[in-house]
Design a protein around this ligand. Structure first.
Ligand SMILES: Cc1ncc(COP(=O)(O)O)c(C=O)c1O
Length: 446
């Protein structure tokens, strides 16, 4: 399950890496291997307590293994350990980051934009909302009630009001409810989520853009999870249309550490108008000296940042260019097909009640039963039984209103559901196996 063959490549590239310091006087670099071996073995022991995240039978939370190219490039970069805060600390890797940013923006139809990598979706959204609030006089931020909880928390940090927009029955933002809020005149920023965390649904961006043209507000797209799906050819037509409207928003967050094959610690924020760089402007008495070129620290909120993240992403984008219909897009298509196939089986099986058809690659379903409370109490037994079958799913607490209202009595506002993020392309080939295990697990409630 763990790829070892590719590790030999590190030895091959070491000589090229070392050549960059050939002009420097030699420094003895011997490492005593035995203590390393002993501590690493103990470390491997401590790591035993994990779910099998890289395996296709791990089909629960939003987790995807980094591609070997990302792992290897990241490790290579650690020999140098660049810091992409300033060109002083991360010379080559800062330039690699700018190339990645150019390509990520181009994926959404942008050119001439501003952006940078950062720790993850939370920091990326924080920066986007910080800029949005600076431009909108700190008026209210609204996002759908299915948006990631980070938006409300970020508004708390920024000290601006936040309000949730109700969702329609399909889990997407209810644009009529949004319009009623806009009529009140106190909304400065709307956040559209392009792939919600729990359900994987895409907010109706086409309609939200139309409202922006009428009411005027800052429009931010949280595509931390779903952004890369813009490269997929066979999205349903509404989803395709909404993704095509990403070019009209003011800022976009996309997380290479979710669907972009990167290790954790790699988020990205993009701004359509590069002049927002003025909000980041600061003087540093000790940082920006080696070049008059742009230092990434001059346009990012975090100071020190791993240049290794940029190196890993650059290598990955070299291997998998962000081109619609290309190899990387085909892998995402397989994830989506796996989700559609699981959805079709659940829908045809009277033991289950399934949410609306997946727009991306997340499937959410619960059990048939008499009431939300009874089903919620039972479903954990199925979840545990799946784990005993070595099938790892996730649980989600979902508003009853998002499931067909004839299915069971809504005797409480929410119902516990099973949730599966089918983020690995291999999930498609493993679907029969996944289904067999779910079927066996169901014997605990039959
Ligand atoms: C839509 C969305 N936004 C933001 C976040 C937060 O991102 P991170 O966990 O990388 O900080 C997530 C995480 O799942 C997400 O799905």
């Amino acid at each position: 399950m763990l790829d070892r063959d590719s590790l030999a490549l590190l030895s091959d590239v070491a000589a090229t890496m070392e050549a960059m310091f050939a002009h420097m006087p030699d420094v003895p670099g011997d490492v005593d291997i035995e203590p390393l071996r002993s501590v690493l073995m103990r470390t491997a022991e401590r790591m035993q307590d994990n779910y099998p995240y890289p395996h296709p039978l791990y089909a629960g939370q939003m987790l995807k293994p980094p591609h070997p190219i990302a792992r290897l490039a990241y490790t290579m970069a650690l020999w140098v350990n660049p810091n992409n805060h300033a060109l002083d600390g991360g010379k080559a890797s800062s330039r690699m980051e700018l190339e990645c940013i150019r390509e990520l923006g181009a994926m959404f139809g942008w050119a001439g934009h501003l952006g940078h990598l950062c720790g993850g979706g939370t920091v990326a959204n924080l920066e986007a909302l910080w800029i949005a609030n600076s431009l909108s006089n700190r008026r209210k931020v609204v996002a759908s009630e299915q948006a990631h909880y980070t938006h409300q928390r970020i508004c708390g940090v920024l000290g601006v009001p936040f309000e949730a927009v109700p969702c329609a029955a399909d889990g997407r933002m209810d644009v009529r409810a949004l319009e009623r809020m806009l009529e009140a005149g106190d909304v400065g920023t709307v956040v559209a989520t392009m792939g919600t965390t729990a359900l994987g649904v895409v907010d109706p961006l086409r309609d939200i853009v139309a409202l922006r043209d009428r009411y005027g507000f800052r429009l931010h797209a949280d595509a931390a999870y779903g952004g890369y799906f813009t490269l997929v050819d066979d999205l349903n037509p509404t989803t395709r249309d909404d993704f095509d409207h990403l070019r009209h928003v003011d800022s976009i967050v996309v997380d290479p550490h979710k669907h972009g094959l990167q290790p954790y610690g790699c988020g990205c924020v993009l701004f359509r108008d590069p002049s927002v760089a003025r909000f980041y402007k600061h003087d540093s008495p000790y940082t920006y000296f080696t070049s008059y070129d742009l230092h990434l620290g001059e346009i990012s909120l975090e100071c020190s940042r791993p240049g290794a993240s940029a190196v890993a992403l650059w290598a990955t984008q070299q291997m998998f260019p962000l081109v619609r219909g290309d190899e990387f897009a085909r892998q995402l298509t397989k994830s989506r097909r796996a989700a559609l196939a699981l959805y079709a089986r659940l829908k045809d099986d009277a033991r289950f009640v399934v949410m609306t058809e997946p727009q991306l690659d997340i499937v959410v379903w619960t059990l048939a039963g008499s009431s939300a409370s009874e089903i919620s109490a039972t479903i954990r037994r199925v979840f545990d039984a799946c784990a005993e079958q070595h099938l790892f799913l996730a649980l989600a607490e979902v508003a009853c209103s998002l499931l067909p209202n004839s299915a069971f009595a809504f005797d409480q506002p929410t119902i516990t559901c099973l949730r599966s993020c089918l983020m690995k392309p291999e999930h498609l080939d493993w679907l029969d196996d996944i289904w067999k295990r779910l079927d066996r697990a169901m014997s605990v409630v039959e």
